[in-house]
Design a protein around this ligand. Structure first.
Ligand code: SF4
Ligand code: SF4
Length: 146
């Protein structure tokens, strides 16, 4: 149970990567509300996101292919708030336990989908949208987190 014994910054690359539950919420378009500074999530997916597997289709090349792809390992305290409240990185950063459906707890990578936490089969392709359309695609990434 390395995630209970180590801080995020002390984790190896493999340990760090294994924390991601594959929910897909960091792979959709997001924007910041100018008035509240709140990060608003949409169901519009990144061009490399596979809606069915809920995975990045070119994870190794992601930074080159999608410059705006987030590197959570470089986040400061404030930036962890950009992540959904179910995200393992945010939970551990806040000193909270992982959820029972997390694969490191239940040993089942499909559990995140079965618990309705993930965006599997719930996103739309971004190519067909304009900036004006985005407002109609806002979602709450935390709606099933309780
Ligand atoms: S929000 Fe967190 S757990 Fe979900 S895909 Fe992104 S990094 Fe992984
Ligand atoms: S490049 Fe890959 S990891 Fe980054 S946002 Fe897009 S689908 Fe997600």
């Amino acid at each position: 149970m390395f995630w209970k014994e180590k801080t995020l910054s002390d984790m190896s690359d493999d340990e760090w990567e294994s924390l991601c539950d594959g929910c897909g919420h960091c792979c959709v378009w997001k924007f910041e509300d100018e008035d509240s500074s709140e990060i608003l999530y949409t169901d519009i997916r990144c061009k490399l996101f596979n809606d069915n597997t809920c995975q990045c289709t070119d994870y190794k090349q992601r930074s080159a292919l999608v410059p705006e792809c987030m590197n959570i390992r470089t986040f400061n305290d404030q930036q962890f708030n950009w992540l959904p409240t179910t995200c393992a990185y945010r939970l551990l950063h806040e000193g909270k336990p992982l959820f029972p459906w997390h694969h490191l707890i239940c040993h089942d990578k499909d559990a995140v989908h079965q618990a309705e936490i993930s965006l599997q089969n719930k996103t739309v392709c971004g190519e067909q949208f304009t900036e004006e359309d985005i407002i109609h695609h806002i979602i709450d990434p935390d709606e099933n987190s309780q």
